[in-house]
Design a protein around this ligand. Structure first.
Ligand code: DHB
Ligand code: MG
Length: 232
């Protein structure tokens, strides 16, 4: 092997630990062929999401940001029979790719891909008194992260786990002189998480096939306290 890099180590771990999954490989390949941005979670990150989901025995998952449905397929495969995943996508042509990937994976009855701006879809779920989700993955346009956090809280219960993707951005998040709107959204949501009472939160940096990035994660310890602390 040549000099190891985070990318080659990811390949090593994938080969060492992950089972073959033609559905996931096909979804990744089609997403690339159809010209989607290469922002799907890595295979190892998909398995990480599965471990979190199984740890909390998630039956109801909400994903904000579908893209090609790659993470949704990973997550849906961690659901027990009767489990459900709702995922939100704004671009019709992108949703169409996701639907094909999900269909090919045999998960059309499990994954519901809602079309539209995620804020509108979330407000619709809240207005229709959707039952709380066990697990929420926030992975859409980063400038709206604060809007997604407040709405995710409303769609949670005590015990819900919320994961926010891409909070490191090659370290740029911590460079306060960089006023990129996506970074501002990431910094603001971290501050909002910090200002939310009744939650336990952390952030973990990652390296690998997606470069240097990371996840913020929170568990709702007391849902009423969390809502009240943000006047929600
Ligand atoms: C970007 C978005 C993502 O969700 C991701 O996982 C990686 C990169 C981006 O917008 O650059
Ligand atoms: Mg992401």
């Amino acid at each position: 092997m040549s000099v190891p890099t985070p990318e080659t180590v990811d390949t090593y771990f994938e080969q060492a630990l992950l089972p073959e999954d033609p559905h996931l490989d096909a979804a990744r390949a089609r997403s690339q062929q159809m010209g989607l941005v290469p922002h799907a979670v890595s295979p190892l990150q998909g398995a990480f999401l599965q471990i979190l989901l199984k740890s909390v025995q998630a039956k109801r998952i909400l994903e904000i940001g579908t893209l090609g449905g790659y993470a949704a397929i990973w997550m849906a495969k961690a659901l027990p029979p009767g489990g459900q995943l709702i995922t939100l996508e704004i671009v019709p042509a992108v949703r169409a790719v996701a639907l094909q990937n999900i269909e090919e994976a045999g998960l059309s009855d499990v994954i519901d891909v809602r079309l539209g701006p995620a804020i509108d879809s979330l407000d619709g779920l809240i207005a229709s008194h959707e039952a709380p989700f066990d697990f929420i993955f926030i992975d859409a346009d980063k400038s709206n992260n604060p809007a997604y956090w407040s709405r995710a809280l409303k769609l949670s219960r005590t015990g819900t786990v919320i994961v926010i993707d891409n909070v490191v951005r090659e370290g740029r998040t911590a460079d306060e002189t960089n006023a990129n709107e996506h970074l501002i959204g990431v910094r603001q949501v971290l501050q909002d998480v910090r200002n939310t009472a009744g939650v336990t939160a952390t952030a973990l940096q990652t390296v690998g096939s997606k470069g240097w990035d990371g996840f913020a994660m929170a568990v709702i310890d007391d849902h009423a306290t969390a809502l009240a602390s943000l006047n929600l």
